[in-house]
Design a protein around this ligand. Sequence first.
Ligand code: 13P
Length: 287
Amino acid sequence: MRDRGTDTLRAAYAQGWSLGAFSTYTQEITQAISLAAEDIGCPVILQAGASAFSHAGRAQLAAQALLAADLAGVPVGVHLDHSRSLKEIRACLDAGYTSVMVDGSHLPFADNIALTQSVVAAAAPYGAWVEGELGAIPGDEDRSERTGPGELTDPGLAEEFVARTGVDALAVAVGNVHGTAADPVPLDLELLARLASLVPVPLVLHGASGLPAAELEAAVGLGVAKVNVNTELRTAFLGAVELALPGAQPSSDVAAALDAAREAVREVVRTKLRQLTRTAASPRTPS
Ligand code: 13P
């Protein structure tokens, strides 16, 4: 079922577990994510776009994600990841997305606030929730390029940003990177704790691929209630296709290769969802 509103996000935040939010590029990845959530019996977020729109086409990718959500036996949110365009955000809200991320992190603080405020106003009539970003999360979202940590989120500015914009969730930079880090840096959990104590909304951790389970669980215990994963899914998908089709032949079976890829992604998503919901028994103390 399509997961509308903030109830699931807020429940995760209050109960000390996190929603897994997984990027999709294809129908098979979309199916793998919703099937894995049904396997585990927990809610999930399908991140359909923005960068994947250039491959699949916005209408196609969105329609597949919304259909998968509607057919699922567990709550499935359909989310627009990293959009800088109000026009694109409005199109996704019209299509039925349940949440959107406005990424104004490249803008000066005041401009980030203004853009984010306009998205919060645009999303309200749809009952969709909004994620903003403050601080720079480096790395390419679609290809793993070795990278290092960016500008960390300032706690005082984060408090002001959330108060002035009214966002429902805030993506923070605490040493996390998209893709793989040149020299893996541990998350700055002290900074995360400080952010969580000042910011009254769930925090979002981008770039969760490759993070050790203990670090992920610690972040969730501190107030992260949405965790974004992409690279590990892409790697599983492409690895399975390569294994199934080592040199394409006229007799190669496309459907069998894509079935294998779907199953490989499903297994990665199941593993992540188990990690993210393991902490559910230890509710966080509201700050
Ligand atoms: P990874 O590719 O590092 O998992 O990051 C995904 C992400 O944060 C998407 O917004």
